[in-house]
Design a protein around this ligand. Structure first.
Ligand SMILES: *Cc1c(COP(=O)(O)O)cnc(C)c1O
Length: 436
Protein backbone atom coordinates (compact mmCIF):
# COMPACT_ATOMS: atom_id res chain seq x y z
CA UNK A 1 0.00 0.00 0.00
CA UNK A 2 1.29 3.38 -0.98
CA UNK A 3 0.20 6.88 -0.06
CA UNK A 4 2.57 8.65 -2.41
CA UNK A 5 1.30 9.96 -5.72
CA UNK A 6 4.43 8.97 -7.62
CA UNK A 7 4.38 5.26 -6.77
CA UNK A 8 1.41 4.34 -8.92
CA UNK A 9 1.94 0.88 -10.35
CA UNK A 10 -1.09 -0.70 -11.95
CA UNK A 11 0.37 -4.15 -12.63
CA UNK A 12 -2.46 -6.14 -11.11
CA UNK A 13 -5.16 -3.96 -12.71
CA UNK A 14 -3.41 -4.43 -16.06
CA UNK A 15 -3.23 -8.19 -15.59
CA UNK A 16 -6.90 -8.41 -14.60
CA UNK A 17 -7.98 -6.15 -17.44
CA UNK A 18 -6.09 -8.38 -19.89
CA UNK A 19 -8.05 -11.37 -18.63
CA UNK A 20 -11.30 -9.40 -18.61
CA UNK A 21 -10.87 -8.38 -22.25
CA UNK A 22 -10.76 -12.06 -23.24
CA UNK A 23 -14.06 -12.67 -21.49
CA UNK A 24 -16.20 -9.55 -21.31
CA UNK A 25 -16.83 -7.24 -24.30
CA UNK A 26 -14.36 -4.41 -23.75
CA UNK A 27 -13.36 -6.01 -20.48
CA UNK A 28 -16.27 -4.42 -18.62
CA UNK A 29 -19.88 -4.85 -17.57
CA UNK A 30 -20.78 -1.21 -18.37
CA UNK A 31 -19.05 0.79 -21.14
CA UNK A 32 -17.69 3.99 -19.55
CA UNK A 33 -15.76 1.90 -17.02
CA UNK A 34 -13.35 0.85 -19.78
CA UNK A 35 -11.46 4.20 -19.62
CA UNK A 36 -11.69 4.61 -23.41
CA UNK A 37 -12.48 8.31 -23.03
CA UNK A 38 -9.44 9.11 -20.89
CA UNK A 39 -7.05 6.37 -22.00
CA UNK A 40 -4.94 4.09 -19.83
CA UNK A 41 -5.88 1.05 -17.83
CA UNK A 42 -9.11 0.98 -15.87
CA UNK A 43 -8.33 0.78 -12.18
CA UNK A 44 -9.69 -2.34 -10.51
CA UNK A 45 -10.93 -1.38 -7.06
CA UNK A 46 -10.53 -4.07 -4.43
CA UNK A 47 -11.96 -2.44 -1.32
CA UNK A 48 -13.17 0.84 0.04
CA UNK A 49 -13.87 2.49 3.36
CA UNK A 50 -15.54 5.85 3.79
CA UNK A 51 -14.19 8.39 1.31
CA UNK A 52 -11.33 6.26 0.06
CA UNK A 53 -10.83 3.16 -2.05
CA UNK A 54 -7.83 0.89 -2.69
CA UNK A 55 -7.08 -0.77 -6.00
CA UNK A 56 -5.74 -4.29 -6.63
CA UNK A 57 -2.16 -2.97 -6.51
CA UNK A 58 -2.75 -1.33 -3.14
CA UNK A 59 -2.84 2.23 -4.44
CA UNK A 60 -5.08 4.47 -2.40
CA UNK A 61 -7.54 6.97 -3.87
CA UNK A 62 -9.88 9.56 -2.47
CA UNK A 63 -12.92 8.40 -4.42
CA UNK A 64 -15.41 10.81 -6.02
CA UNK A 65 -16.98 8.33 -8.43
CA UNK A 66 -18.66 6.59 -5.52
CA UNK A 67 -19.98 3.80 -7.70
CA UNK A 68 -21.45 6.48 -10.03
CA UNK A 69 -23.69 7.92 -7.34
CA UNK A 70 -25.18 5.28 -5.05
CA UNK A 71 -22.68 5.68 -2.19
CA UNK A 72 -23.90 8.88 -0.52
CA UNK A 73 -22.55 7.46 2.75
CA UNK A 74 -19.21 6.43 1.28
CA UNK A 75 -17.81 2.93 1.03
CA UNK A 76 -18.78 0.17 3.45
CA UNK A 77 -20.81 2.34 5.80
CA UNK A 78 -21.19 0.31 9.02
CA UNK A 79 -25.00 0.63 9.13
CA UNK A 80 -25.33 -0.62 5.55
CA UNK A 81 -22.82 -3.47 5.99
CA UNK A 82 -24.53 -4.59 9.18
CA UNK A 83 -27.98 -4.52 7.52
CA UNK A 84 -26.72 -6.56 4.57
CA UNK A 85 -24.97 -9.13 6.76
CA UNK A 86 -27.82 -9.74 9.19
CA UNK A 87 -30.45 -9.84 6.46
CA UNK A 88 -28.42 -12.10 4.15
CA UNK A 89 -27.83 -14.56 6.99
CA UNK A 90 -31.59 -15.09 7.19
CA UNK A 91 -31.92 -15.89 3.48
CA UNK A 92 -31.15 -13.86 0.39
CA UNK A 93 -34.45 -14.07 -1.49
CA UNK A 94 -37.90 -15.53 -0.97
CA UNK A 95 -40.16 -14.38 -3.78
CA UNK A 96 -42.77 -13.48 -1.20
CA UNK A 97 -43.53 -10.03 0.21
CA UNK A 98 -41.12 -9.22 3.04
CA UNK A 99 -40.87 -6.95 6.06
CA UNK A 100 -37.87 -5.20 4.52
CA UNK A 101 -39.75 -3.94 1.46
CA UNK A 102 -42.57 -2.60 3.63
CA UNK A 103 -39.92 -0.83 5.70
CA UNK A 104 -38.30 0.82 2.69
CA UNK A 105 -41.69 1.77 1.22
CA UNK A 106 -42.65 3.40 4.55
CA UNK A 107 -39.43 5.38 4.57
CA UNK A 108 -39.76 6.50 0.96
CA UNK A 109 -43.36 7.65 1.37
CA UNK A 110 -42.61 9.43 4.67
CA UNK A 111 -39.56 11.22 3.27
CA UNK A 112 -41.20 12.11 -0.03
CA UNK A 113 -44.97 12.65 0.37
CA UNK A 114 -45.32 13.00 -3.44
CA UNK A 115 -44.68 9.24 -3.44
CA UNK A 116 -48.07 7.97 -2.30
CA UNK A 117 -47.42 4.50 -3.72
CA UNK A 118 -44.11 2.91 -4.64
CA UNK A 119 -43.07 -0.15 -6.66
CA UNK A 120 -39.56 -1.60 -6.30
CA UNK A 121 -37.47 -2.89 -9.20
CA UNK A 122 -33.77 -3.70 -9.54
CA UNK A 123 -32.25 -0.81 -11.51
CA UNK A 124 -32.81 2.75 -12.60
CA UNK A 125 -33.36 1.58 -16.17
CA UNK A 126 -36.19 -0.66 -15.06
CA UNK A 127 -37.70 2.10 -12.93
CA UNK A 128 -37.89 4.53 -15.85
CA UNK A 129 -39.17 1.91 -18.34
CA UNK A 130 -41.92 0.98 -15.92
CA UNK A 131 -42.89 4.57 -15.07
CA UNK A 132 -43.25 5.36 -18.78
CA UNK A 133 -45.39 2.26 -19.25
CA UNK A 134 -47.59 3.40 -16.37
CA UNK A 135 -47.92 6.88 -17.89
CA UNK A 136 -48.89 5.38 -21.25
CA UNK A 137 -51.35 2.98 -19.62
CA UNK A 138 -52.87 5.71 -17.48
CA UNK A 139 -53.28 8.26 -20.28
CA UNK A 140 -53.96 5.87 -23.15
CA UNK A 141 -51.42 7.85 -25.21
CA UNK A 142 -48.11 6.88 -26.80
CA UNK A 143 -45.74 9.85 -27.10
CA UNK A 144 -42.91 10.40 -24.63
CA UNK A 145 -41.05 13.71 -24.62
CA UNK A 146 -37.44 13.64 -23.42
CA UNK A 147 -34.64 16.19 -23.55
CA UNK A 148 -31.41 16.28 -25.48
CA UNK A 149 -28.56 14.98 -23.29
CA UNK A 150 -30.74 13.46 -20.57
CA UNK A 151 -30.05 9.81 -19.78
CA UNK A 152 -32.83 7.58 -18.55
CA UNK A 153 -31.21 4.14 -18.67
CA UNK A 154 -30.86 1.90 -21.68
CA UNK A 155 -34.44 1.08 -22.67
CA UNK A 156 -34.62 1.01 -26.49
CA UNK A 157 -36.94 3.96 -26.95
CA UNK A 158 -34.98 6.16 -24.54
CA UNK A 159 -31.54 5.64 -26.12
CA UNK A 160 -31.92 8.78 -28.17
CA UNK A 161 -29.56 11.70 -27.56
CA UNK A 162 -28.95 10.26 -24.14
CA UNK A 163 -25.83 11.79 -22.66
CA UNK A 164 -22.54 10.51 -21.33
CA UNK A 165 -22.15 6.89 -22.40
CA UNK A 166 -23.25 7.63 -25.95
CA UNK A 167 -21.57 11.04 -26.01
CA UNK A 168 -18.29 9.49 -24.92
CA UNK A 169 -18.60 6.98 -27.75
CA UNK A 170 -19.44 9.85 -30.12
CA UNK A 171 -22.81 8.39 -31.07
CA UNK A 172 -26.18 10.14 -30.90
CA UNK A 173 -28.05 6.86 -30.62
CA UNK A 174 -27.48 3.15 -30.13
CA UNK A 175 -27.32 0.58 -32.91
CA UNK A 176 -29.75 -2.28 -32.49
CA UNK A 177 -32.72 -0.03 -31.86
CA UNK A 178 -35.27 -0.23 -34.69
CA UNK A 179 -36.59 3.16 -35.83
CA UNK A 180 -40.07 1.92 -34.96
CA UNK A 181 -39.00 1.76 -31.31
CA UNK A 182 -38.11 5.43 -31.17
CA UNK A 183 -40.95 6.70 -33.35
CA UNK A 184 -42.95 7.55 -30.22
CA UNK A 185 -40.02 9.37 -28.56
CA UNK A 186 -39.74 13.11 -29.09
CA UNK A 187 -36.49 14.88 -28.17
CA UNK A 188 -36.54 18.58 -27.29
CA UNK A 189 -33.72 20.85 -26.09
CA UNK A 190 -33.27 21.64 -22.39
CA UNK A 191 -33.64 25.19 -21.09
CA UNK A 192 -36.04 26.23 -23.86
CA UNK A 193 -39.65 27.05 -22.96
CA UNK A 194 -40.56 28.02 -26.50
CA UNK A 195 -39.57 24.64 -27.95
CA UNK A 196 -41.83 22.89 -25.44
CA UNK A 197 -44.78 25.24 -26.05
CA UNK A 198 -44.43 24.92 -29.79
CA UNK A 199 -44.46 21.13 -29.63
CA UNK A 200 -47.37 21.01 -27.22
CA UNK A 201 -49.41 23.38 -29.37
CA UNK A 202 -49.09 20.87 -32.22
CA UNK A 203 -49.23 17.51 -30.48
CA UNK A 204 -49.83 18.01 -26.75
CA UNK A 205 -52.92 15.77 -26.80
CA UNK A 206 -50.81 12.80 -27.95
CA UNK A 207 -48.28 13.11 -25.13
CA UNK A 208 -48.41 10.43 -22.43
CA UNK A 209 -45.48 11.85 -20.46
CA UNK A 210 -42.76 14.41 -20.32
CA UNK A 211 -39.72 12.65 -18.89
CA UNK A 212 -36.94 14.79 -17.48
CA UNK A 213 -33.89 14.66 -15.29
CA UNK A 214 -34.79 17.72 -13.17
CA UNK A 215 -31.08 18.03 -12.43
CA UNK A 216 -29.56 16.70 -15.66
CA UNK A 217 -26.38 15.00 -14.47
CA UNK A 218 -25.51 12.49 -17.18
CA UNK A 219 -24.17 14.94 -19.76
CA UNK A 220 -22.21 17.12 -17.46
CA UNK A 221 -24.32 18.91 -14.88
CA UNK A 222 -26.73 21.11 -16.84
CA UNK A 223 -28.41 23.12 -14.11
CA UNK A 224 -31.97 24.00 -15.13
CA UNK A 225 -34.05 26.97 -14.08
CA UNK A 226 -36.96 26.24 -11.72
CA UNK A 227 -39.16 28.30 -14.08
CA UNK A 228 -38.38 25.91 -16.92
CA UNK A 229 -39.55 22.98 -14.80
CA UNK A 230 -42.69 24.96 -13.85
CA UNK A 231 -43.27 25.47 -17.55
CA UNK A 232 -43.13 21.70 -18.17
CA UNK A 233 -45.66 21.24 -15.39
CA UNK A 234 -48.01 23.82 -16.86
CA UNK A 235 -47.85 22.35 -20.38
CA UNK A 236 -48.43 18.81 -19.06
CA UNK A 237 -51.41 19.91 -16.99
CA UNK A 238 -52.94 21.75 -19.94
CA UNK A 239 -52.51 18.77 -22.25
CA UNK A 240 -53.46 16.05 -19.77
CA UNK A 241 -49.96 14.53 -19.95
CA UNK A 242 -48.00 13.25 -16.96
CA UNK A 243 -44.75 14.78 -15.76
CA UNK A 244 -42.12 12.22 -14.73
CA UNK A 245 -39.04 13.31 -12.80
CA UNK A 246 -36.21 10.86 -13.31
CA UNK A 247 -34.60 11.20 -9.90
CA UNK A 248 -32.35 8.16 -10.25
CA UNK A 249 -29.29 10.33 -9.62
CA UNK A 250 -30.85 13.18 -7.60
CA UNK A 251 -33.30 11.21 -5.47
CA UNK A 252 -32.30 10.90 -1.79
CA UNK A 253 -29.02 12.63 -2.63
CA UNK A 254 -30.40 16.16 -2.82
CA UNK A 255 -32.23 15.69 0.48
CA UNK A 256 -35.40 13.79 1.34
CA UNK A 257 -37.43 15.20 -1.53
CA UNK A 258 -34.71 15.23 -4.13
CA UNK A 259 -34.90 17.62 -7.06
CA UNK A 260 -38.67 17.87 -6.70
CA UNK A 261 -38.17 19.36 -3.23
CA UNK A 262 -35.36 21.62 -4.38
CA UNK A 263 -36.86 22.95 -7.61
CA UNK A 264 -40.60 22.19 -7.46
CA UNK A 265 -42.46 21.66 -10.68
CA UNK A 266 -44.58 18.94 -9.02
CA UNK A 267 -44.06 15.66 -10.87
CA UNK A 268 -46.85 13.06 -11.15
CA UNK A 269 -44.36 10.20 -11.07
CA UNK A 270 -40.76 9.89 -9.90
CA UNK A 271 -38.13 7.26 -10.57
CA UNK A 272 -35.37 6.24 -8.21
CA UNK A 273 -32.19 4.19 -8.24
CA UNK A 274 -28.61 4.65 -7.02
CA UNK A 275 -28.83 6.14 -3.47
CA UNK A 276 -32.13 4.38 -2.65
CA UNK A 277 -30.34 1.01 -2.55
CA UNK A 278 -27.36 2.06 -0.44
CA UNK A 279 -25.02 0.43 -3.00
CA UNK A 280 -27.15 -2.61 -3.76
CA UNK A 281 -29.25 -2.99 -6.92
CA UNK A 282 -32.52 -1.19 -6.22
CA UNK A 283 -34.75 0.96 -8.36
CA UNK A 284 -38.22 2.28 -7.69
CA UNK A 285 -40.99 4.25 -9.27
CA UNK A 286 -43.52 6.15 -7.26
CA UNK A 287 -46.16 8.81 -7.40
CA UNK A 288 -49.80 9.65 -7.00
CA UNK A 289 -52.02 6.82 -5.78
CA UNK A 290 -54.58 6.91 -8.59
CA UNK A 291 -51.81 6.74 -11.19
CA UNK A 292 -49.75 4.04 -9.48
CA UNK A 293 -52.86 1.87 -9.06
CA UNK A 294 -52.96 1.12 -12.79
CA UNK A 295 -50.05 -1.26 -12.07
CA UNK A 296 -50.76 -5.01 -11.85
CA UNK A 297 -52.24 -6.66 -9.83
CA UNK A 298 -54.59 -3.69 -9.26
CA UNK A 299 -54.68 -2.49 -12.84
CA UNK A 300 -53.93 -3.38 -16.46
CA UNK A 301 -50.26 -2.24 -16.67
CA UNK A 302 -48.06 -5.31 -16.26
CA UNK A 303 -44.72 -5.07 -14.48
CA UNK A 304 -42.94 -7.75 -12.45
CA UNK A 305 -39.53 -8.93 -11.23
CA UNK A 306 -38.18 -12.17 -9.74
CA UNK A 307 -35.73 -10.33 -7.48
CA UNK A 308 -37.75 -7.10 -7.08
CA UNK A 309 -37.96 -6.02 -3.45
CA UNK A 310 -35.06 -8.32 -2.64
CA UNK A 311 -34.75 -8.32 1.17
CA UNK A 312 -30.98 -7.81 1.31
CA UNK A 313 -31.17 -4.86 -1.07
CA UNK A 314 -34.22 -3.45 0.74
CA UNK A 315 -32.42 -3.68 4.08
CA UNK A 316 -29.44 -1.81 2.63
CA UNK A 317 -31.82 0.87 1.37
CA UNK A 318 -33.49 1.21 4.77
CA UNK A 319 -30.10 1.55 6.48
CA UNK A 320 -28.91 4.14 3.96
CA UNK A 321 -32.04 6.30 3.98
CA UNK A 322 -32.34 6.15 7.78
CA UNK A 323 -28.73 7.25 8.18
CA UNK A 324 -29.21 10.06 5.66
CA UNK A 325 -32.39 11.22 7.41
CA UNK A 326 -30.72 11.20 10.84
CA UNK A 327 -28.13 13.85 10.08
CA UNK A 328 -26.67 12.38 6.90
CA UNK A 329 -28.06 14.99 4.53
CA UNK A 330 -26.72 17.79 6.74
CA UNK A 331 -23.28 16.19 6.73
CA UNK A 332 -23.45 15.70 2.98
CA UNK A 333 -24.19 19.39 2.42
CA UNK A 334 -21.41 20.43 4.83
CA UNK A 335 -18.90 18.26 2.98
CA UNK A 336 -20.10 19.56 -0.37
CA UNK A 337 -19.69 23.16 0.80
CA UNK A 338 -16.24 22.43 2.16
CA UNK A 339 -15.09 20.86 -1.10
CA UNK A 340 -16.67 23.69 -3.07
CA UNK A 341 -14.85 26.23 -0.90
CA UNK A 342 -11.53 24.47 -1.45
CA UNK A 343 -11.85 23.88 -5.21
CA UNK A 344 -13.66 26.96 -6.51
CA UNK A 345 -10.74 29.36 -5.96
CA UNK A 346 -8.46 26.98 -7.87
CA UNK A 347 -10.81 26.97 -10.86
CA UNK A 348 -10.94 30.77 -10.79
CA UNK A 349 -7.35 30.73 -12.05
CA UNK A 350 -8.30 28.81 -15.21
CA UNK A 351 -10.86 29.12 -18.03
CA UNK A 352 -13.08 26.54 -16.37
CA UNK A 353 -15.90 26.51 -13.87
CA UNK A 354 -16.85 24.25 -11.01
CA UNK A 355 -20.57 23.46 -11.23
CA UNK A 356 -22.38 22.14 -8.16
CA UNK A 357 -25.87 21.13 -7.11
CA UNK A 358 -25.77 19.81 -3.54
CA UNK A 359 -23.20 17.01 -3.43
CA UNK A 360 -23.10 16.63 -7.24
CA UNK A 361 -20.13 18.35 -8.94
CA UNK A 362 -18.99 18.84 -12.52
CA UNK A 363 -16.14 20.63 -14.24
CA UNK A 364 -17.21 22.82 -17.17
CA UNK A 365 -14.28 23.76 -19.40
CA UNK A 366 -15.99 26.96 -20.45
CA UNK A 367 -17.56 30.03 -18.91
CA UNK A 368 -20.36 30.48 -18.20
CA UNK A 369 -21.29 26.85 -17.54
CA UNK A 370 -23.69 25.45 -20.17
CA UNK A 371 -27.37 24.69 -19.51
CA UNK A 372 -28.01 22.52 -22.55
CA UNK A 373 -26.25 19.68 -24.33
CA UNK A 374 -25.77 21.74 -27.48
CA UNK A 375 -23.99 24.46 -25.49
CA UNK A 376 -21.23 22.14 -24.20
CA UNK A 377 -17.82 22.95 -25.67
CA UNK A 378 -16.66 19.48 -26.79
CA UNK A 379 -12.99 20.48 -26.68
CA UNK A 380 -13.21 20.31 -22.88
CA UNK A 381 -12.98 16.53 -23.14
CA UNK A 382 -9.28 16.69 -24.09
CA UNK A 383 -8.52 18.93 -21.14
CA UNK A 384 -10.42 16.55 -18.90
CA UNK A 385 -8.30 13.63 -20.10
CA UNK A 386 -5.18 15.43 -18.90
CA UNK A 387 -6.75 16.46 -15.63
CA UNK A 388 -8.10 12.98 -14.97
CA UNK A 389 -4.69 11.37 -15.50
CA UNK A 390 -2.90 13.86 -13.25
CA UNK A 391 -5.47 13.43 -10.50
CA UNK A 392 -5.36 9.64 -10.73
CA UNK A 393 -1.59 9.69 -10.25
CA UNK A 394 -2.10 11.90 -7.22
CA UNK A 395 -4.62 9.49 -5.69
CA UNK A 396 -7.86 11.27 -6.57
CA UNK A 397 -10.37 9.17 -8.49
CA UNK A 398 -12.90 10.88 -10.74
CA UNK A 399 -15.19 9.16 -13.25
CA UNK A 400 -13.32 8.45 -16.50
CA UNK A 401 -15.35 10.74 -18.78
CA UNK A 402 -15.61 14.50 -19.20
CA UNK A 403 -19.38 14.23 -19.31
CA UNK A 404 -19.70 12.51 -15.94
CA UNK A 405 -20.30 14.27 -12.67
CA UNK A 406 -18.51 13.50 -9.41
CA UNK A 407 -19.91 13.01 -5.94
CA UNK A 408 -18.86 13.83 -2.41
CA UNK A 409 -20.14 11.56 0.38
CA UNK A 410 -20.90 12.01 4.07
CA UNK A 411 -17.75 10.00 4.80
CA UNK A 412 -15.13 12.21 3.15
CA UNK A 413 -12.99 13.68 5.92
CA UNK A 414 -11.65 17.22 6.12
CA UNK A 415 -8.15 15.81 5.55
CA UNK A 416 -9.30 13.96 2.43
CA UNK A 417 -11.02 17.05 1.05
CA UNK A 418 -7.88 19.14 1.64
CA UNK A 419 -5.70 16.47 0.08
CA UNK A 420 -8.05 16.55 -2.92
CA UNK A 421 -7.67 20.31 -3.27
CA UNK A 422 -3.86 20.02 -3.17
CA UNK A 423 -4.00 17.40 -5.94
CA UNK A 424 -6.36 19.57 -7.99
CA UNK A 425 -4.06 22.57 -7.68
CA UNK A 426 -1.15 20.64 -9.23
CA UNK A 427 -3.26 18.72 -11.74
CA UNK A 428 -5.00 21.85 -13.03
CA UNK A 429 -1.65 23.55 -13.53
CA UNK A 430 -0.44 20.61 -15.63
CA UNK A 431 -3.72 20.25 -17.54
CA UNK A 432 -3.74 23.93 -18.44
CA UNK A 433 -0.08 23.82 -19.36
CA UNK A 434 1.19 26.36 -16.90
CA UNK A 435 -1.56 28.81 -17.87
CA UNK A 436 -2.11 29.40 -14.16
C1 LIG B 1 -28.07 6.07 -13.63
C2 LIG B 1 -29.32 6.62 -14.22
C3 LIG B 1 -30.30 5.81 -14.84
C4 LIG B 1 -30.08 4.34 -15.07
O1 LIG B 1 -29.97 3.62 -13.88
P1 LIG B 1 -29.28 2.17 -13.90
O2 LIG B 1 -29.39 1.71 -12.48
O3 LIG B 1 -27.87 2.39 -14.36
O4 LIG B 1 -30.06 1.33 -14.83
C5 LIG B 1 -31.47 6.39 -15.26
N1 LIG B 1 -31.69 7.70 -15.10
C6 LIG B 1 -30.80 8.51 -14.52
C7 LIG B 1 -31.12 9.96 -14.34
C8 LIG B 1 -29.58 8.00 -14.07
O5 LIG B 1 -28.68 8.83 -13.52
Amino acid sequence: MSDTPTAHALDRSKELFGRAQQLLPGGVSSPVRAFQAVGGTPVFFARGKGGEAFDEDGNRYVDYCMSWGPLALGHAHPAVVEAVQTTAAKGTSFGTPTREEVGLAELVTQLQPRAERVRFVSSGTEAVMSAVRVARGYTGRDLVVKFDGCYHGHADYLLVKAGSGLATAGQPDSAGVPASMTSTTVVLPLDDEAAVSEFFAQRGREVAAVLVEPVPANCGLLVQRAEWLQHLRAECTKAGALLIYDEVISGFRLGAQGAAGLLGGEPDLMTYGKVIGGGLPVGAYAGRKEIMEVVAPLGPVYQAGTLSGNPVAMAAGVAALTTLRDGGWDQLERNAQTLDGLLRPLFAEHPAELVRVGSIFWIAFQQPAPRSWGAIDRSGAERYTLLHRELLQRGVYLAPSAYEVFFVSTAHTQAQLEETAAAFREALAVAFGGAA
